[in-house]
Write a protein that binds this ligand. Structure first.
Ligand code: FES
Length: 258
């Protein structure tokens, strides 16, 4: 399976850059909780540790769970996500806006989820401000992976089925910290609380189901394609300013409004 990634490097028109020497686990970088879910930790390392090349693509990260994950099995951890990797039913833990240090390591970045569902099953808000083409490529979209309850890292299809998860109505995105669930097939409009708790901004996010204490959905990340490479843009900094990210500024690239 690992050979697939190497093969793609050699295909005309498809390139993939790898930034990590050896496998990385979600817990090996400061801003992602143990086992990809657990602890409340800072989204960004201190600025002094964030010098290097800024990427706007998404890098696969190992969620460090016991069940097999397709992107781990295919040797994609540390590589940039491509649209050709996805099909309905596939999701992945990734890092958005990674800064790559001179020695090729990830210095900092933001945890995100890439999720691909059947486009026919996706439901969008009835709001003229929402443009599906800004956020969804086929059935693929991205969210900042910071649970709105306490910023643990929810996962989609990362946890074995058990009686504990019997309420997963639509194979929901699930946060193990306090059982919050998000419906990956519904996009909803939300508003963060007013400062100083969060930015107070209106935003579009993945739908928060009734289960669990999270008060609202996790915000979408606008997507573009650069050939097969998936690029995450900053539409509005305020969308991502809540909980432990509330005082953080997401670095913007040339041409982004931020
Ligand atoms: S942090 Fe996700 S439910 Fe509490």
């Amino acid at each position: 399976m690992r050979q697939r990634g190497l093969d793609e490097e050699e295909k005309p028109g498809i390139t993939r850059r790898s930034f990590l020497r050896g496998a990385i686990a979600a817990g090996s970088i400061g801003f992602i909780g143990a086992a990809g879910f657990g602890t409340v930790v800072s989204l960004l390392s201190p600025p002094t540790e964030c010098r290097g090349e800024l990427l706007n693509s998404f890098l696969y990260v190992n969620p460090d769970v016991e069940i097999p994950m397709w992107f781990v099995e295919q040797g994609l951890v540390g590589q940039e996500a491509l649209i050709t990797d996805f099909q309905p039913g596939r999701g992945a833990n990734v890092i958005w806006k990674a800064t790559i240090s001179e020695d090729g390591q990830i210095a900092c970045g933001f945890p995100a989820l890439l999720i691909h569902v059947d486009p026919a099953e996706l439901s969008f808000p009835d709001d003229p401000a929402f443009d599906p083409g800004e956020f969804v490529q086929g059935g693929l979209y991205a969210i900042l992976n910071c649970c709105t309850h306490a910023c643990c890292r929810p996962g989609w299809r990362l946890i074995p089925r058990s009686a504990y998860l019997k309420d997963l109505g639509h194979e929901n995105i699930y946060c193990v910290c306090h059982d919050s669930q998000y419906n990956p097939r519904i996009i909803t409009k939300y508003r963060h609380p007013s400062p100083p708790d969060a930015s107070g901004a209106e935003y579009f996010g993945v739908h928060k189901d009734a289960a669990g204490p999270a008060p609202r959905g996790m915000p979408l990340i606008p997507l573009e394609l650069d050939g097969p490479k998936i690029i995450g843009r900053v539409k509005n900094q305020a969308w991502y300013q809540y909980l432990d990210s509330k005082n953080k500024t997401i670095p913007v690239a040339e041409g982004e409004s931020g």
